[in-house]
Write a protein that binds this ligand. Structure first.
Ligand code: S3P
Length: 441
């Protein structure tokens, strides 16, 4: 499917974006590990999370949709999963696939996991390595790619793992495996990554300790073999989805754009910090705590933006937001230098290369130096067609660019958007954007 975004004028209005993807995956998985019935409200019903729901069913959990975003999960206990009868296809869902491996590591049966072409190209060695140390066994394609077979163990060893990357997927997979181990499993990460697993497990009664170290690292530990209590999970709006209307609004909201009920977890809102440094007007209204997550309405008004240098230390708190930040940077004054983006190379696509290439096609002055992305603002953009390459955030970023620029942008493979943001076009158009289905040539 092709979508075409034509340049739009002023934006304004109030919207709600779909539920947070990270918290949605975790709600279904953690509910499956509890003993008894959990309820989830506001679940993101995008393809990624549906793949996780299917996987939890394949492991024997009763997972039911009761209404819009309303789900129930009947958990079987941390050690209670059943051997799936078939291969688990996780589609495009990296979080789904990797966190599931943490659960499966503690079960003494074999599971085969696959995914779409994008997921099959992503490295799984970062999960395999710590889980093998704990006692799980893997057989994978060259380069630790999917499909892979994983044989878990019901006698996992607790480990003290020094993760080479600040990745919440790695941290969470080890913690989920740690729920099965006899003793305390510890993960230290070079910089703190999103902490939803820690918050949710704590709410479920697990003993979790989180200790920021003096050198900036974070050490988290979990005690294994405890019972998890079922919960009423309430999923807030996804800051990584809010990023797209936010990016358009910081430049074009002539009347305020309000994005309601967004998670403003400090480990997720690096984009807000960055846009404010660039001169954006973003305020938090109606701040509250919902099911353990800080939540607020984002109120945005247009401002002139200037280029800045974004430090590498900010990557974990906005890792998924660089594609759309690079679009905003194209319309700011001066240069924006985004440092230390190596992790972007192993996302749904090599986002560093794909963004630089797509921005250049649209007429933006852009370059990559090592792992840094440098965008010169003041772009007079031109008409282009961009292939989303199975990457939802690439698709949405270029549709935002088409709206802000001088010429329309067409995105092919735009169905990828449904992995995280069903209804994206309609919602953007409600604010004043002009996104339509394009006839393929
Ligand atoms: C996620 C963590 C991030 C992020 C992904 C979701 C999660 O990946 O890019 O979209 O839910 O834990 P890494 O932890 O690998 O950086």
């Amino acid at each position: 499917m092709q979508l075409r975004a034509a340049p739009h004028g002023a934006l304004g209005g109030r919207i709600r974006v779909p539920g947070d993807k990270s918290i949605s995956h975790r709600s279904l998985m953690l509910a499956g590990l509890a003993v008894g019935e959990s309820r989830v409200s506001g679940l993101l019903e995008g393809e990624d999370v549906i793949a996780t729901a299917r996987a939890m069913r394949a492991l024997g959990c009763a997972v039911e949709r009761e209404g819009d975003g309303e789900w129930t999960v009947h958990g079987r206990g941390t050690a209670g999963m059943a051997e799936p009868a078939d291969v688990l296809d996780m589609g495009n869902a990296g979080t789904g696939a990797r966190l599931l491996m943490g659960i499966l590591a503690g079960h003494a049966f074999t599971t085969t996991i696959t995914g779409d072409a994008s997921l099959r190209s992503r490295p799984m060695g970062r999960i395999r390595e710590p889980l093998e140390r704990m006692g799980a066994m893997f057989m994978a394609r060259r380069g630790d790619r999917l499909p892979l077979a994983l044989r878990g163990s019901d006698t996992l060893l607790p480990i003290d793992y020094e993760s080479p990357v600040a990745s919440a997927q790695v941290k969470s997979a080890v913690m989920l495996a740690g729920l099965h181990a006899a003793g305390r499993t510890t993960v230290t990460e070079p910089l703190p990554s999103r902490d939803h697993t820690e918050r949710m497990l704590t709410a479920m009664g697990a003993s979790i300790e989180s200790e920021p170290l003096a050198d900036g690292r974070l050490r988290v530990s979990v005690t294994g073999q405890q019972e998890l209590h079922p919960q009423r999970f309430v999923v807030p709006g996804d800051p990584s989805s809010a990023a797209f209307p936010l990016a358009a609004a910081v430049l074009r909201a002539k009347t305020p754009v309000t994005i309601e009920g967004i998670s403003v977890n400090p480990l997720r809102i690096g984009l807000v910090t960055t846009l404010r440094e660039m001169g954006a007007s973003i305020t938090f209204a109606n701040e509250r705590t919902v099911a353990g997550e800080p939540v607020a309405d984002l109120v945005v008004e247009a401002a002139e933006l200037r280029g800045i240098e974004v430090p590498a230390a900010r990557v974990p708190s906005m890792v998924d937001e660089y594609p759309v930040l690079s679009v905003v940077a194209a319309f700011a004054g001066g240069e924006t230098i985004m440092r230390g983006l190596a992790e972007l190379r192993v996302k749904e696509t090599d986002r560093l290369a794909v963004m630089a290439d797509g921005l250049a096609r649209c007429g933006v002055d852009v370059r990559i130096e090592g792992d840094d992305l440098i965008v010169r603002g003041g772009a007079a953009t031109r008409k282009a067609t961009i292939d989303a390459k199975l990457d939802h955030r690439i698709a949405m970023s270029f549709l935002v660019l088409g709206g802000l620029g001088r010429e329309p942008v067409t995105v092919s493979g735009a169905e990828a958007i449904d992995t995280s943001f069903p209804g994206f076009g309609t919602l953007m158009n409600g604010l004043g954007a002009d996104i339509t289905k394009a006839v393929s040539s």
